[in-house]
Design a protein around this ligand. Structure first.
Ligand SMILES: Cc1ncc(COP(=O)(O)O)c(C=O)c1O
Length: 434
């Protein structure tokens, strides 16, 4: 449970931050002065011995909790056997085992093939290349508010904040954006509305009419729950309509589940809630409990279209991350983490909704699914204050969107930890207006 005994950062943390400031890239978007030294389950200890309850999971990564013994054992065993051999050029048994274990979970029609990467952005790049290659079409569409990563293709697909593009142009040609699903709460009445029309009206009557014909669009990239853009949950019908639109024009539907996947929403993949089957599915973050691994999976005939050498990676699907990935999948199954994400998520959501009801002038929305929950504040300043004060009280949360705090703890989060998180969050919100 949280225990903060020094000012933050403490003396050891301060020394590390000062040393870091002298040598690291100025681009790193540090949120607050947390200096983790070790972590276990959902608790992080900093360099000064302070303990924090982790509702970040290292930005939605440590799905099975920090240093899960089964993951650590798998990593350790693999590290003594084989650290590296490139799976691009040779045959690694653990690589194909990981591909087949992932494919077995993928809500994609027919046989599935996978390509393993080191990160989410790389998986997005690969998916974009595959979509263009397999369809022979030049354009791709993603959504306003989307975050797909920092490499050129992924950054171009990203449209959550203009600062992610600033100074980097020209971006990758052939990428267009459309409005995402509308899911808003009227701050005065508290009424929620979903508007599907805006997206489809824009695509059919503006983008396909004035910019590019749909017959030249290779793919639509969508986050089934928008992450960095503010934890926005579309209506299932919106995703279904997107699928129909893709079918109508022969466009591939690519689900980016880097943040929403691997059980975070209480299903292995968030898109399962809608029953929609994507053509390509992207994963990373929670896939290996913290080791660098990503993947894109696709209907087999798509991946059979590109020939040897069209895409590869020296490190992608390296043996140690694959060992962590296989252990992660097995822990999610054996410990019932999907059910736990649903149960603790519902508990957190109802507690957060009570906080919202008590502070309607401060909190303007609580939304989410499973352990992917966003709490929206009336202003960015308020959200920032809550984030910082929560940190000072030993609760780790992180902003996203314009003024949203995301609550995304490890999937092993317990009821006791959820109760503590709610208590601290309530106290922080209570004091945030002052
Ligand atoms: C939905 C989504 N896609 C892609 C990425 C990029 O992943 P990475 O940071 O591993 O490159 C992120 C990272 O936050 C993400 O949330």
């Amino acid at each position: 449970m949280p225990d903060v005994r020094t000012e933050l950062p403490g003396p050891a943390g301060r020394a590390i931050i000062d040393a870091d400031a002298a040598v690291t890239s100025g681009s790193l978007p540090r949120a607050y002065p947390l200096v983790p030294r070790r972590a276990y389950g959902s608790v992080v200890e900093d360099a000064d011995g302070n303990l924090f309850l982790d509702c970040n999971a290292g930005i939605a990564v440590t799905s099975t909790g920090h240093c899960h013994p089964a993951v650590v054992a798998a990593v350790t065993a693999q590290a003594t056997e084989l650290l590296h051999y490139s799976a691009s050029d040779f045959y690694l048994p653990i690589y194909s085992r990981m591909c087949s274990a992932l494919a077995a979970t993928a809500p994609i029609d027919g046989p599935v093939r996978a390509f393993l990467t080191n990160s989410g952005a790389e998986a997005v790049e690969g998916a974009m290349k595959l979509a263009r290659y397999a369809t022979g079409r030049p354009y791709v569409i993603s959504f306003f508010g989307a975050f797909h990563g920092r490499t050129y293709g992924a950054m171009t697909l990203t449209a959550s904040k203009a600062k992610y593009h600033k100074g980097f142009g020209p971006l990758v040609p052939g990428v267009l954006h459309a409005p995402y699903a509308f899911n808003r709460v009227d701050p005065d009445t508290g009424a929620r509305s979903h508007d599907e029309e805006e997206t489809f009206d824009y695509l059919e009557n503006t983008l396909f009419r004035y910019q590019v014909p749909p017959s030249e669009v290779a793919a639509i990239f969508v986050e089934p729950v928008q992450g960095e853009g503010g934890y926005i949950v579309p209506h299932a019908a919106w995703l279904a309509r997107l699928r129909s639109l893709c079918d109508k024009y022969g466009i591939l539907l690519v689900a980016d589940e880097v943040q929403s996947g691997m059980g975070r929403t209480g299903r292995m993949w968030a898109i399962e809630y809608s029953g929609v089957r994507p053509d390509i599915l992207i994963s990373a973050k929670g896939i290996a409990s913290g080791l660098p691994l990503g993947a894109f999976m696709a209907r087999a005939p798509l991946m059979e279209k590109w020939g040897a050498g069209a895409h590869g990676s020296t490190y992608g699907g390296s043996p140690v991350p694959c060992a962590a990935g296989l252990a992660t999948l097995s822990v999610i199954e054996s410990e019932g983490l999907l059910a736990n994400a649903t149960e603790q998520g519902e508990f957190l959501m109802s507690g957060l909704r009570e906080i919202w009801a008590e502070h309607p002038k401060t909190v303007t929305d609580v939304r989410g699914v499973g352990l992917m929950i966003g709490v929206e504040f009336r202003s960015a300043e308020l959200a920032e204050r809550v984030q910082l004060r929560a940190f000072e009280r030993g609760l780790l949360v992180l902003e996203c969107g314009e003024s949203t705090i995301r609550v995304s703890p490890p999937l092993v989060f317990t009821r006791e930890q959820a109760t503590t998180a709610l208590r601290i969050f309530a106290e922080v919100v209570n004091s945030a207006g002052t």
